[in-house]
Design a protein around this ligand. Sequence first.
Ligand code: SF4
Length: 114
Amino acid sequence: MEKNESRRLFLKTLSLSLGALLVAPVIKFQQAWGALVDAKDPVAKALGYVAVAKDAKDRKDKTQECSKCQFYGDATGKAKSAKCQLITSGDVAGAGWCRSFSARAPAAPAKKKS
Ligand code: SF4
């Protein structure tokens, strides 16, 4: 009887350990790539954030989207999602938009070598 209990405990511990080993890389991956903005984020709601800019009802300039905003975390504007300085619950979509859009200044031209 005692032998069965210790075997059960061993198997339980083993299965929990294997489960943790399988889940850990998924969590690391999510942290590395960043989770997208939580749909319930009050700041995102207040700013009218949408993940697809063309879905925004009050966007007047069709060229505006997060990837071109000065608050977008990826200065190249090429990342599909990145941190936003205003909405911090997760990454915003590069194709997204909110009412606080502010165009990023164009990159300075590369200096010529003399
Ligand atoms: S502030 Fe800029 S980057 Fe952030 S959600 Fe609004 S438009 Fe996108």
